[in-house]
Design a protein. Structure first.
Length: 249
């Protein structure tokens, strides 16, 4: 009985080893040659940026439930960047940004019926913000194309800004001064298309990752307020698409 059991056990071990040997023989790593295609060579420089500006001006505007709107405002931002390719298809660089938002709303009436009306007057808001970023960007050509490619940018950003907002006028004036700090750790995927040998158009989505924000306020030079926000976002927002131009030297 023991002899039969030993023989069966030995045959089982031999079978398992044989199956494992055959499995290991069948599994082969496929060489896709992804890293062998040079899209942007080592030693190249990249410079680029984006700029945006929008403004609005309302005078006695009436639209649906909005009545007697009087105001003006604008949004301005500029963001240059640069990078150096220390390896084929891989660059390290920096990005700087300045943003300015302004709103001066003289009157704003919200009419929701005879018994519910909201009226706001003399609302003022102004904010300046500076940001600096360090990034590592990797490129991947689409097939063997030298024109179209994909990229992914890992980025760490720190921002600092100051702002003030107020409501009312005269004895009813109420003003708040605030400082804002933020940190962002994430990545931004995108696509690039060369239009000449040295320039390309890039399309990318907003940064996905972790955001941290700290706000400190002082109202009427007496009251103090604070706000702390942290969030994580790993969803692609189609409304945060960025388009820019990059020059490669």
């Amino acid at each position: 009985m023991r002899k039969k059991f030993s023989i069966i056990l030995l045959l089982g071990i031999v079978g398992v080893v044989s199956v494992m040997a055959q499995s290991s023989h069948r599994v082969q790593r496929i060489d896709r040659e992804v890293q062998k295609s040079v899209f942007i060579p080592k030693g190249s420089w990249m410079v680029g940026g984006a700029i945006s500006y929008s403004e609005h001006n309302e005078s006695n505007l009436n639209y649906l439930i909005l009545k007697d709107v009087e105001g003006e405002g604008y949004n301005f931002s500029v963001s240059p960047y640069f990078g150096y390719f220390f390896r084929d298809n891989i660059a390290i660089g920096g990005r700087f940004a300045y943003k300015r938002d302004f709103l001066d709303l003289g009157n704003f009436d919200l009419n929701l019926g005879e018994d519910f009306n909201i009226s706001l007057k003399d609302i003022y808001y102004l904010e300046h913000k500076y940001e600096t970023s360090l990034f590592v960007r990797t490129y991947l050509p689409i097939g063997r194309s030298k024109i179209f490619g994909l990229f992914n940018e890992a980025r760490v950003t720190y921002g600092y800004g100051t702002g003030k907002n107020s409501t009312g006028s005269g004895p009813e004036y109420d003003g708040t001064y605030q400082t804002v700090q933020n940190m962002q750790i994430g990545f931004a995927p995108g696509m690039t298309a060369f239009i000449t040998d040295w320039s390309a158009v890039e399309v990318s989505v907003g940064v996905m990752g972790f955001d941290f924000k700290w706000v400190d306020q002082e109202t009427n030079q007496v009251e103090v307020g604070k706000q702390r926000i942290s969030s994580g976002n790993f969803k692609i927002n189609l409304f945060s698409i960025n388009i820019g131009m990059t020059i490669y030297l």
